[in-house]
Design a protein. Structure first.
Length: 213
């Protein structure tokens, strides 16, 4: 069984600085270690120095050790074999001091429900990749490359299309009666309808070429 990275990030984000630094990093599996290091970096903590200070004040207090014990993942957290040829179908940045975006868990749940293998990973953002110096990491939801289009379609249908429908309704409500008549979907989204027709035609032509129709 794999570790739950969203739960694990939420767990580390909920800890105080002292409790976070009390976690024994060497006892963590690699996936948990990456999430732990990201939380340390996002808070700007110096783990070695602060742990030394804590040890001076707490000594060998067993009550302190019990209170601030680390999360010991039972799962292996290994990356799937297909990850080298994976495609990213969703991502979001991690803001320092905030818990993980609930959309991360929602997106992964949608793919798992559809039977699509997926892997949620936490990755560092290089300074040259963002203008926001406070954002240092982001979540990436990966799927096998050959399932890219199917996964994207599932996320659109189960998550993003509903949000778009809500925005579209609000957009239409702001129009006058005359303006509304000019916003027929085949006019406003003519390019999208054309794309669907082209996709369908290309698919049917390939079926015919292989004599599978």
């Amino acid at each position: 069984m794999k570790i739950d990275p969203v739960y694990l990030q939420r767990h580390y984000a909920s800890l105080s600085d002292d409790a976070l630094l009390a976690v024994d990093r060497e006892d963590l599996v690699e996936a948990a270690r990456q999430i732990y290091d990201a939380e340390i970096a996002d808070r700007g903590l110096d783990a070695d120095n602060l742990l030394d200070e804590m040890s001076d004040s707490t000594g060998d207090d067993p009550e302190f050790e019990s209170t601030h014990s680390d999360l010991a993942p039972a799962e292996d957290g290994d990356a799937p074999e297909w990850l080298d040829e994976a495609a990213e179908v969703w991502s979001c940045v991690v803001h320092p001091g905030r818990g993980p975006a609930p959309e991360a868990a929602d997106a992964r749940a949608v793919l798992l429900e559809a039977g699509i293998p997926c892997h949620l990973e936490l990755q560092e953002i290089l300074p040259e990749e963002t203008a926001n110096r406070e954002v240092r990491h982001h979540w990436r939801l990966m799927v096998p490359g050959n399932l890219n289009l199917r996964a994207t379609s599932e996320l659109d249908r189960e998550i993003f299309n509903e949000d778009f429908e809500t925005e579209w309704k609000a957009h239409l409500e702001a129009f006058s009666d005359t303006e509304l008549r000019t916003m027929h979907p085949h006019v406003a989204f003519g390019g999208l309808f054309d794309k669907v027709e082209r996709i369908t035609r290309a698919y049917n032509e390939e079926l015919a070429r292989r004599r599978l129709a």
